[in-house]
Design a binder for this molecule. Structure first.
Ligand code: DOR
Ligand code: ZN
Length: 426
């Protein structure tokens, strides 16, 4: 073995004291004892699969004052996220094959972690031509930051046809534009009134009517009405930490402005309780950084979006420690399910999978400080919250983060391109 990592690993749905043997970046064996060129002994610290975040906005190209692929991916790595899928609402938007390829070339130079790129759907772009090289397709049914809107039934149906034909996940921002009110908003409550649960419910129902067997994934579900609509479908379900941990009564002002909005305490509790039960397939940060200056405006013009890629797993680990979340739900929603849904050999401690791992010392709870995080935006809605950050993070068998510092090289790569190179293409 090139490397052996010994600790209490999450293996086959439980913790087991074992050695993970790694060869050429992949897990080659899991045994009681193994020897290798390099050995890491973590004793009774826990070893989990690196998280896969299926929804981030790293803002590159076009909005590098807010984030870039280097800072976004570094922030991810410090939070135990070893693979993230980037959204297309950049500038230029990722809506042509050339733009997708340019973004891939740029991200391959800058990324600290592995990544996938979403192809943006517009009413008339050739998203089919992009599909083979994209991790999935992204469609916005409601407007948000720099979004590319798709509101007409024929265009939505076309996106679903292409997703099915190309066997790609269609991730949808499901808020029906026709039901979003453009009235003045001075507070988080006003924002939630302008973007009601009904808009989410309706968008999901419109998609359900067009169901054709395509793999549709509903992003950032924010309401019980949305959940009820989803129950009648076979779509996969994504949830964010902010829709489970924050509501419109928090005193965050514009820093809590996000689409879909954070809503009432009851809504938030319903979402969290469904998450606890394993109802959601994937936890996603929807990391959407905006600079402090961009957020410090009047409520109306202030942009929507909250950062979160670095705090997602650490917040959840703290909830596990407090007995509010099962480790099995955390591992499946943060790693396993995204790997399965997007068809990657990632997200599990299992032979043949990429050796993307995080090592956790459960005793090490800290308070989150926006200024100490690695995103360019420099703030967090979770200032002062308890969190457990990984002590070490490995990307494909190489240690990347150790005790709060980067110790590895910048080796992030596009998971779709590398899969095709290794002969696993469709
Ligand atoms: O609040 C949001 N911010 N929702 C989105 O859909 C986009 C995101 C962004 O890119 O800022
Ligand atoms: Zn988003």
């Amino acid at each position: 073995m090139d490397t052996v990592i010994e600790g209490r690993a999450w293996f086959n749905g439980r913790f087991e004291q074992c050695c993970i043997g790694i060869k050429d970046g992949k897990i080659a064996a899991i045994k009681r004892d193994l020897s290798g060129d390099r050995t890491y002994h973590y004793g009774d610290m826990i070893v989990l699969p690196g998280a896969i975040d299926p929804h981030v906005h790293f803002r590159d190209p076009g909005f590098k004052d807010k984030e870039d692929f280097s800072t976004g991916s570094m922030s991810a790595a410090f939070g135990g996220v070893t693979c993230a899928f980037d959204m297309p609402n950049t500038k230029p938007a990722t809506i042509t094959l050339d733009e997708l390829r340019e973004k891939r070339a740029m991200a391959s130079m800058r990324s600290w972690i592995d990544f996938g790129l979403f192809a943006g759907v517009t009413p008339n772009n050739d998203v089919g031509a992009m599909a083979r090289e994209a991790i999935g397709l992204k469609m916005f049914m409601g407007s948000s930051t720099q979004s590319i809107l798709v509101t007409e039934v024929r265009d939505i149906a076309r996106a679903m046809e292409i997703a099915k034909e190309r066997n790609k996940v269609l991730s949808v921002h499901a808020e029906d534009e026709h039901l979003i009110k453009k009235g003045p908003a001075l507070s988080l409550n006003d924002h939630a009134t302008n973007r009601p649960s009904k808009a989410e419910e309706n968008a999901i129902q419109r998609l359900a009517k067009l169901s054709n067997g395509a793999k549709v994934n509903i992003c950032h579900v924010s309401s019980p009405e949305g959940m009820a609509a989803l129950n009648a479908t076979s779509f996969t379900r994504e949830v964010t930490p902010h829709h489970m941990l924050l509501d419109a009564s928090v005193r965050l002002g514009t820093n809590g402005k996000v689409n879909p909005p954070i809503r009432t305490r009851e809504d938030r509790d319903a979402i969290f309780s469904a998450f606890q039960k394993g109802w959601f397939n994937m936890l996603a940060s929807d990391h959407a950084p905006h600079s402090i200056d961009d957020k410090h405006q009047e409520f109306g013009p202030a942009p929507s979006g909250v950062p979160g890629v670095e705090t997602m797993v650490p917040l959840m680990l703290s909830l596990v420690k407090k007995g509010r979340l099962d480790m099995s739900v955390l591992v499946s929603s943060c790693a396993q399910n995204a790997g399965d849904i997007f068809g990657l050999k990632k997200g599990r401690i299992s032979v043949g999978y990429d050796a993307d791992l995080m090592v956790i010392d459960p005793g090490r709870t800290v308070r989150i400080e926006g200024g100490s995080l690695h995103s360019k935006c420099g703030w967090t809605p979770y200032e002062g919250w308890d969190a457990i950050f990984p002590a070490s993070v490995f990307l494909r068998g190489e240690e990347l983060i150790k005790e709060g510092s980067i110790v590895g090289e910048r080796k992030g790569r596009d998971v779709v391109a590398s899969q095709q190179l290794s002969g696993r293409s469709e």
